[in-house]
Design a protein around this ligand. Sequence first.
Ligand code: CUA
Length: 340
Amino acid sequence: MATPSPADYAPIEQGSFWLPKAGSTIARTIDMGWDVALWVSVVFFFLVAIPVVIFAFRFKRKHNSELPPPTGHNTPLEIAWSVIPLAIVMGCFLVGFKGFLDASVAPADSYEIKVTGQKWLWTFFYPNDYVSPGELRIPAGRPIKLTMSSKDVIHSFWVPEFRTKQDVVPGMYTGQWFTALPSLLEDTSKLEKDEKGYMVRRLTVECTEYCGKDHSMMLAHLVVMKEDDFNKWLEGEATGGGPPEQLGEKLFTKNNCNTCHSLTDKPSPGGGPAFKGIMGRQEKLTSGETVTVDDAYIKESILQPTAKVVAGFPPIMPPYQGQLNDKQIEALIAYLKTLK
Ligand code: CUA
């Protein structure tokens, strides 16, 4: 099982030179604000730059020539170059302000998903207590409201196709909302069959605020599916299905456990104990005590990793308290028991 690399995530489909193809209802308003500002700037750049170059040659002072008399005021011209730019800037402001208001207020019937960012993982909490590390599944055509917070430093949640971007800050909640366009599911060449057989469109959530060593790896899968499929999927995930060790194996990768814990008997360079034959093993701790690895020790080490650290390893594992429910922890333990 290899660590996921950025290449495993959905590529960004090129919509224009600047941005990928719009994938949410709000994207058009935001693109319009961008386009207006861009083209106004382009026009005025040439309107200024071309005369500057021409005048530099045309009105170059000849050697020993007299300075021309200074030019006086031209009131109509001065009013024109004050009022016209003011009107243009106000036009840009109105376009931007409308986009800002649209992006700020989520529709009342939004489906709310809680998000936490931590170094270097996104975790998603659904209203039915389903917890999903590393993957956000949403139905197309329905407004989704994210309520986000960070467990450590400032991260920023960005889906380029949706054009919405918001910092995720420790100690406070920030939010964003979007409705994925149903047209994302129309181009069948872009759809993929997921492990449960649903046809889905995969996009990528990126962290867009520098947050440490693995900032560039802090990606999450964004899976867009039909609303009916989404409802069926959510029910299936919430009530389980399949043996726990199978769920545990998936969670092991989704939570990036494999970044630091190898499945062989050699510790991985990521810095955690190796997991082959882990259950029942005697481990020496940094405190000098010895523990036998059992269900209780694994559970404690997932929730509060620094409580009992194995000697020779740095205490760098992030706590998963509140990130995994009991069922998911049991599934991980069941999976570890299969690593003989
Ligand atoms: Cu989290 Cu960058």
